[in-house]
Design a protein around this ligand. Structure first.
Ligand code: ADP
Ligand code: ZN
Length: 602
């Protein structure tokens, strides 16, 4: 290549071992290398890091990466070191000597990337230090933290507007995976990015398969079957609502022989830290967590995210499920959903003490969440539409696309169900109402005289669980409301009137009978390996695990699964051939090439 500075494409190949950019990475990189600013909105796993890492290497001086996720910095720097990139971080976890060592390296021009927390960057001392250095660029990661309306607001982010004043000639790039129209406008305004080129990508995560299963009252068995059948030996996250439930599910899965660990804010910090480390470092660990877990976890090979409860909004659902499959290989977002979820969420909503305009927003968000659960067409289309993204065709990779739900004309049954609510005085919950419809002999029903009303025993066309399913859908669609006191009593809403009077027909999802799957004993990724190559796959994984353990880093930092899969496919015989495998850059080739070739030869 001679003495000319390497091009971005050469850097991509030699340092990172990839052969082509994923659009619009190349355009973003050109914009920065040319000295311009950029705003980048890309979904998780889209490849944001290279957008600033490559310009950092192509331009002279050090690139400063601002991130609020201190816990991630060590891993980001470790991963760069694996590729032979000179990187370091400055944050509150470092001791004074370590800080001094980094500062000296900066003065000597020995770093290409510096990760830094915003509060540290804004210290007068740090700003003065940076003014003495040549700077390649500023990258502002998680740029949505500048928005006051998002969940992740960080006041220090607002002050980053001083960067263009103090460093007018240094290009800036702001990156985020979560920003609706309003947040985007706020980022542009507060970070003074009006002059920047904007790169707005779609939000789709095509490798994630969205699935929402009806809960059958035995959530943990359903979960266990899902993991055993579809993800044996693979890493995943299971979200539960309460700490108690987290502990119970984790302990139960562990008793079934899985490596499952609990994680919630009530555990001692050391234990949380240890469980997180094991999740990152070991293969096939399952974390059972409240929503406290996940922010700043960028493990690429999380093969499934399971929800045992409904999140409160689609924003939360999308963020949590987005932690699956960052490496682009197939992954599952699997959720259980049932009557009790609907009742709990509706009650929470009714009990909200928020001001009226906030309540309206909460209501809207919850309706959208329940709407996703009840849709009869492509889930991905519904999900993306909520975020303002249109997907032209049904995706073919969600449960409703793969096994289209049957719908039925539920008008008459709904009339019976609603009228039973009315005749019993709008004071009872689902179980009682179903008993009345089925004409059950029951002392309580007799005491209230409900064995003599017109809806007693008129419901033998449906079974008990089908009536419960119907009530769930009526609540989800807003035809029934749930009382505040917590007894789950149902009342008719305005929207129920036309249905009750027979003026509006109602088409609903039919309850699915549980599908018996043939027990597959291999994980999602292992499935894509031929039976004959299973031994090789295991041997390559072992080799990776051994090299990672020697350095105390996660296995995926040596090579991603996708890289191992390509080794099996291409069967390289020598270093030169190994270098063509995606994810094998120069440094990794030198450091690990021989070890993997040996495994491949055997
Ligand atoms: P994000 O920060 O947008 O969530 P990352 O930057 O972590 O995504 O990239 C996600 C994954 O995609 C990483 O494993 C990365 O190595 C890989 N990747 C990024 N760009 C490319 C590319 N051009 N070719 C192949 N793999 C890529
Ligand atoms: Zn679909």
């Amino acid at each position: 290549m001679g003495s000319a500075a390497p091009t971005p494409l050469q850097i991509l190949e030699e340092v990172f071992g990839y052969e082509a950019f994923r659009p619009p990475q190349d355009e973003v990189i050109d914009q920065l290398v040319g000295g311009g600013d950029a705003l980048v909105l890309m979904p998780t796993g889209g490849g944001k890091s290279l957008c600033y890492q490559i310009p950092a290497l192509a331009r002279s001086g050090v690139a400063v990466v601002v991130s609020p996720l201190i816990a991630l910095m060590q891993d980001q720097v470790d991963a760069l070191h694996q590729n032979g990139v000179r990187a370091a971080f400055l944050n509150s976890t470092l001791g004074r000597d370590e800080v001094r060592a980094v500062e000296e390296a900066l003065h000597r021009g020995e770093l290409d990337l510096l990760y830094i927390a915003p509060e540290r960057l804004l210290l007068p001392r740090t700003l003065a230090l940076l003014e003495q250095l040549g700077l390649a660029l500023f990258a502002i990661d998680e740029a949505h933290c500048v928005s006051q309306w998002g969940h992740d607001f960080r006041p220090e982010y607002v002050q980053l507007s001083l960067l263009p004043q103090r460093f007018p000639h240094v290009p800036r790039i702001a990156l985020t995976a979560t920003a609706d129209e309003a947040t985007r406008a706020e980022i542009i305004e507060r970070l003074e990015l009006a002059q920047a080129r904007h790169f707005i990508c779609g939000f789709d995560r095509p490798n994630i398969r969205y699935r929402i299963a009806e809960s059958r009252g035995n959530a943990r068995e359903q979960l266990l079957r899902f993991i055993r059948d579809e993800h044996p030996g693979e890493a995943g996250i299971v979200y539960c609502l309460s700490r108690k439930r987290v502990e119970e599910i984790a302990a139960w899965l562990a008793r079934q022989g899985l490596s499952a660990l609990p994680y919630h804010a009530g555990l001692p910090a050391e234990q949380r830290q240890m469980h997180q480390q094991r999740f990152l470092r070991e293969e096939g660990v399952i974390i059972v967590a409240t929503i406290a877990f996940g922010m700043g976890i960028d493990k690429p090979d999380v093969r499934f995210v399971a929800h045992l409860n409904l999140p409160k909004s689609l924003e939360a659902y999308y963020q949590e499920t987005g932690r699956a499959g960052r490496d682009g290989l197939p992954a599952d977002a699997w959720m259980l959903y049932g009557l009790q979820d609907v009742i709990t969420l509706r009650q929470m909503q009714a009990g909200s003490t928020a001001p009226e305009h906030i309540k309206r927003i909460e209501h809207h968000k919850l309706d959208a969440m329940l709407g996703l659960c009840e849709v009869t067409h492509c889930r991905r289309q519904a999900l993306l539409r909520y975020f303002g993204d249109e997907l032209e065709q049904p995706c073919g990779n969600c449960d409703t696309c793969l096994e289209p739900p049957e719908t039925w004309d539920a008008s008459v049954a709904a009339q019976k169900a609603l009228s039973c609510v009315y005749r019993t005085g709008q004071r009872f919950g689902v179980s009682y109402l179903v008993d009345v419809l089925l004409g059950k002999e029951d002392a309580r029903i007799q005491r209230f005289g409900h064995d003599r009303i017109s809806t007693f025993g008129i419901g033998d066309e449906l079974k008990q669980n089908e009536w419960r399913d119907l009530y769930r859908q009526l609540i989800a669609h807003g035809l029934l409301t749930v009382d505040l006191q917590g007894h789950g009593a149902l009342r008719l809403s305005e929207a129920s009137r036309p249905v009750l009077r027979g003026e509006q027909r109602l088409h609903l999802r039919r309850l699915r009978s549980p599908v018996k799957r043939e027990g597959r004993s291999r994980g999602k990724v292992a499935q894509s390996v031929d039976q004959a190559d299973q031994g090789l796959w295991e041997a390559l994984r072992e080799c990776r695990q051994r090299l990672a353990a020697e350095q105390g880093i996660p296995a995926y930092m040596i090579f991603h699964d996708a890289t191992l899969l390509e080794m099996i496919e291409l069967r390289p015989n020598n270093l030169q051939e190994l270098a063509t495998v995606s994810g094998v850059g120069q440094r990794k080739l030198e450091a690990y090439g021989e070890a993997f070739l040996e495994v491949l030869r055997d």
